[in-house]
Ligand binder design. Structure first.
Ligand code: ZN
Length: 49
């Protein structure tokens, strides 16, 4: 069961990425380092609804 989620930059709050995740494997909120075009650097991106 995979669900589409949106990843939001922790610094500028831009929604830069969408991805899917397996809810059984990752029940908690996903957090990953991604390149943000607005911040122009790698930042922590968090799952948002
Ligand atoms: Zn950003």
């Amino acid at each position: 069961m995979r669900e589409t989620i949106t990843l939001q930059c922790g610094e500028c709050k831009n929604r830069n990425y969408t991805t899917t995740k397996n809810k059984k494997k990752h029940a908690e909120r996903l957090e990953t380092k991604k390149f943000c075009n607005t911040c122009r650097k790698q930042t922590a991106h968090k799952e948002v609804k």
